[in-house]
Design a protein around this ligand. Structure first.
Ligand code: ZN
Ligand code: ZN
Length: 451
């Protein structure tokens, strides 16, 4: 097999891997880099050359995996496009949102490349994308040869899949983004342990080990008690969340805590794309399974839209604000809420997912108490007085679990992707430590690797 990382940077960005397996050309994911804008944010599709694509596999609907799929669909209408059934339901909504975001960026930044695709092209993806059931092998043929592929549940978010290929009795496995443990709204990964020739794995959490004595359960308890204490002292609790998966998970955790009496009765405010995704999760949990979330949770929690936010004015209605984006990106509801709440020490801002250090969320996490923090868009500086806390409720497997999984497949070769250099470095060393004969490759942007 030959594999080429079409991403432009050695980090989690525009994920897209070209796998050439015998005569077959397969693309795994077609993402957009959240840290770049316009053409720079896409994978380098020039590297695909003129040859046809046989198959495009979408592992899940985060935009760093899905966001440039309409471009591939436009350039390679000959390919078979597949994903899981749940992702097939979610992709259209996520891509439409992406068009709206790009149109807004075009107006704000004057970037004439934007939007990179249209609503009509998003509809085209919807027509092309085939939703497959997990664990059911499919085959394609070329020149009298056969490639069999199977999707496997990957946890992480609703619909996420790892994909295995069998070509001439050799098994190749791509983890995609994976989480082995169960979450409140989602079953964990169900990856078969089978003898594997080549493994391509994510490395997101490679640079940090698990904090001893910190479990998912204890982190949920710490989150609920932080929120409860904030409400009891008359403050607001802001939880910045990703719209897809994280917002629904947090609502379910709040609901569970209300049921057990661990969370005081108070208003709960939500806004943004995540509220729409709620309907999709409801449908997926009824029709597909693996997701445990019902729309009725909104009613039971009496979720309402937030009041308008003014920089420096803590909202009059004290309560819990579950708002996207997860990293406090400019122009999003969570960003405006933070600008309103930051200078009041009664309030708390609770981060529940990864924050890139270069985003406002990452910068706020790095700031010290009483530092002046600049919200650049309304041009508002505020002292950091609110309680800032981060909780480890990641949707990615921790590095020891992933290492153990990789070793258990006993592969001949492993390719590392989807992580910063330090994270890949840890896996590189540990994998060789366990099996010095293993071929380990750190996939570099644009480099063709023979495996
Ligand atoms: Zn993901
Ligand atoms: Zn990812």
């Amino acid at each position: 097999m030959q594999i080429t990382d079409l991403g432009r940077h050695r980090r989690i960005g525009a994920n897209s891997l070209l796998a050439e397996i015998g005569p077959f050309r397969v693309l795994i994911d077609a993402g957009l880099d959240p840290k770049s804008v316009g053409r720079e944010s896409t994978p380098n599709y020039d590297l695909l050359g003129d040859g046809p694509l046989d198959l495009v596999v979408l592992t899940h609907c985060h935009l760093d995996h899905l966001g440039s799929l309409p471009i591939v669909c436009r350039q390679h209408p000959e390919a078979l496009f597949v994903t899981s059934r749940a992702s097939q339901m979610l992709a259209h909504r996520m891509l439409r949102n992406s068009v709206n975001v790009m149109k807004r960026q075009r107006d704000e930044l004057g970037n004439v490349d934007l939007p990179l695709y249209t609503f009509a092209e998003v509809d085209e993806v919807d027509r092309a994308l085939v939703g497959l059931t997990y664990n059911q092998p499919r085959s394609i043929e070329r020149n009298g040869e056969e490639l069999t592929f199977t999707l496997h549940r990957a946890g992480h978010i609703a619909g996420a899949a790892g994909v295995s290929f069998v070509y001439k009795h050799r098994r190749i496995f791509f983890t995609g983004d994976v989480m082995f443990g169960d979450q409140a709204t989602l079953d964990g990964a169900d990856f078969p342990i089978e003898s594997t020739d080549t493994l391509v794995m994510e490395t997101t959490r490679g640079s940090k080990g698990r904090v001893p004595d910190r479990t998912r359960e204890s982190e949920v308890e710490r989150l609920i008690s932080t929120i409860s204490n904030t409400i009891s002292r008359g403050g607001c609790a802001l939880i910045p969340v990703f719209a897809l998966g994280r917002m629904q998970e947090i609502l379910q955790l709040l609901y569970n805590a209300r049921q057990t009496g661990d969370l005081p009765v108070c208003p709960i405010y939500c806004a943004g794309l995540g509220m729409d995704i709620v309907d999709y999760f409801d449908a997926i949990s009824r029709k597909v399974g693996g997701v445990h979330f019902r729309r009725s949770v909104l009613k039971q929690l009496k979720v309402q839209p937030p009041p308008p936010f003014k920089p420096g004015n803590s909202p009059g209605s004290k309560g819990i604000y579950v708002l996207s984006s997860g990293m406090l990106v400019e122009h999003t509801p969570s960003y405006h809420a933070a600008a309103a709440m930051l200078d009041d020490h009664a309030n708390s801002i609770c981060f529940v997912g990864y924050c890139d250090p270069e985003t406002p969320g990452g910068e706020l996490l790095a700031a010290a108490h009483n530092d002046s923090f600049l919200f650049s868009v309304p041009d508002h500086a505020a002292p950091v007085r609110a309680h800032i806390e981060q909780f480890d409720l990641s949707g990615h497997a921790d590095r020891d679990e992933l290492l153990q999984f990789a070793n258990s497949l006993d592969p001949r070769a492993i390719a590392l992707t989807h992580g910063d250099p330090e994270a890949r470095g840890w896996f590189f060393d540990e994998l060789l430590d366990f099996n010095p004969k293993l071929q380990v490759h750190d996939l570099l942007p644009g480099e063709e690797v023979q495996l």
